[in-house]
Design a protein around this ligand. Structure first.
Ligand SMILES: Cc1cc2nc3c(=O)[nH]c(=O)nc-3n(C[C@H](O)[C@H](O)[C@H](O)COP(=O)(O)OP(=O)(O)OC[C@H]3O[C@@H](n4cnc5c(N)ncnc54)[C@H](O)[C@@H]3O)c2cc1C
Length: 457
């Protein structure tokens, strides 16, 4: 790691897309050490589906970043170019105007006005590139080599336990391998490190506030059900306003020919999904997410999400996610192992990619999840079935919990510097992005902020 006594210009915590793109922008202009507790770079982004959302309206909050659409487009194009240069697939989805218009017409026909005068279903077309879980890590590997060749150093397998700051001195990062000193710290801890960083940042006096949290389910359908749209829009973004509660939900992270995956985070078992580039399954999965904000008496959305995850796992028998067939959910009964593949119920028409067994229990999501969220998820799928009828087939599988822990917000300036001077933040773990491209864009902004302070921008 670092020679004792050395003071780095910048220590970057996290080698996900946020940290990597920051390091890339700083390379050659500052001495940079990137620390990651994993033994590899790329964070969550390298080992996952690797869909690059190339729209300023997806995975980014332009208002939070105080950024105009034009600037966001330019920055996204530069990030896309970097992925392409390191071997990302050249195919871009979402450019066939004629077929996109056909889908927009279909949605216009199916949608209805809510009592508040808004449309209950909207489709948001977007350009997307798909790297695939099997190829994304190679792209990230090449990118890491090129960043390292520009002088950036990496300390992998290094968990940062604490960040300390003495007045006038550099930051001190405490790790099991020794202390690291740096004049600037850029924290890009991702969702894995979000809870740790929140506690650490608060001890340093960083201002934080609670944002909204996305709680939802993973839906798995037979490939032909969704194929017609995913050939045009790889990850179609449907936005819903639910009839009973008037809440906002949306589809997220679609994986045509993909797999439902277990995600272990902070001791909880969550669901997620991905797809390989080379080998496809006979199913498609996507998430439906319900955005939840809280005011009083509780505002802490992270704690709320943790409690929801814990309770859902409890209903799975302790350390398990819960899966329910749509047919069972609509009949008000739990799913059971002995009928899970029943031909009589037509459940044999879709064999889930995440098999029952270790970590996956058939059950009843309406016991395991808050009532309002279950209503919203059920109604969202019904709304979607107006446009794509097959999603409401009895064999459709619904998995919970799917929760996105990017809810703590940090007060920063436009360059993502916190109120603690020289402490910058970036990426999903600090609520500034919700995806690979967004996190990468954050990293670039923070790096530019550091260089500007150094008079090198
Ligand atoms: C299964 C799955 C599929 C996904 N598919 C997509 C997709 O198709 N498209 C998309 O845009 N997004 C996808 N995502 C989300 C995407 O991975 C994230 O949005 C993105 O990786 C966020 O980047 P980041 O740099 O903020 O954080 P991360 O990529 O999470 O990186 C943070 C890094 O910080 C490290 N870290 C945390 N705390 C510490 C500490 N204390 N000390 C040292 N290191 C620490 C972690 O080990 C991690 O490597 C997916 C996520 C999952 C889990």
């Amino acid at each position: 790691m670092a020679p004792e006594g050395r003071i780095w210009d910048v220590a970057v915590i996290g080698a996900g897309p946020g940290g990597l793109f920051a390091a890339r922008a700083l390379a050659g202009k500052a001495s940079v050490l990137v620390l990651d507790e994993k033994g590899r770079t790329g964070g969550a982004g390298a080992m996952t589906d690797g869909k690059l959302n190339l729209s300023p309206h997806i995975g980014l909050d332009l208002a939070e970043l105080r950024m105009g659409e034009e600037e966001a487009r330019e920055r996204i194009a530069a990030i896309d170019e970097a992925f392409l240069r390191h071997g990302a697939d050249p195919v871009v989805y979402g450019e066939d105007r004629e077929r996109i218009d056909m889908w927009l017409d279909r949605v216009s026909w199916a949608r209805r006005k809510t009592p508040k005068g808004e449309w209950d279903i909207t489709l948001l077309p977007a350009r997307q590139r798909h790297m695939g879980t099997d190829l994304a890590h190679r792209v990230v590997g090449r990118m890491t080599e090129s960043i390292a060749s520009m002088g950036v150093e990496f300390s992998l397998g290094t968990h940062v336990q604490d960040i300390r700051l003495r007045s006038g001195g550099p930051f001190v990062l405490v790790t099991a391998k020794g202390e690291v000193r740096a004049r600037y710290v850029l924290a890009a801890p991702g969702r894995d490190g979000a809870y740790w960083f929140r506690n650490t940042a608060r001890r340093l006096g960083v201002e934080t506030r609670y944002g909204s949290i996305d709680i939802g389910c993973r839906v798995e359908v037979a490939l032909p059900v969704y194929d017609e749209i995913t050939r045009v829009l790889y990850d179609p973004k449907f936005l819903f306003i639910t009839p009973t509660h008037g809440d906002r939900t949306r589809t997220f992270c679609t994986n045509p020919g993909g797999r439902v995956r277990l995600e272990v985070r902070d001791g909880f078992r969550l669901v997620n999904g991905d797809a390989l580039k080379a080998r496809k399954t006979s199913n498609t999965n996507f998430a439906i997410l319900n955005t939840v904000s809280m005011t009083e008496p509780i505002q802490d959305t992270t704690e709320m999400g943790r409690k929801v995850a814990e309770f859902a796992n409890f209903w799975g028998g302790g350390e398990s996610v819960v899966v329910q067939r749509w047919g069972d959910l609509m009949q008000g009964r739990r799913s059971r192992a002995d009928t899970f593949h029943s031909a009589v119920m037509e459940y044999d028409k879709m064999t889930p990619t995440l098999p029952l067994g270790a970590g996956v229990t058939p059950g009843d999501i309406s016991f395991a999840y808050p009532g309002r969220i279950v209503d919203n998820l059920r109604e969202s799928l019904m709304l979607l079935s107006r446009v794509i009828p097959g999603v409401a087939h009895p064999s459709t599988a619904i998995y919970i919990p799917e929760i996105k822990f990017y809810d703590t917000k940090y007060a920063t300036d436009k360059n993502l510097e916190t109120n603690v001077p020289n402490l910058f933040v970036a990426g999903d773990g600090v609520g500034k992005s919700r995806g690979i491209v967004g996190a990468a864009l954050n990293g670039c902004l923070a790096a530019e902020g550091i260089l500007r302070k150094e008079g090198k921008a």
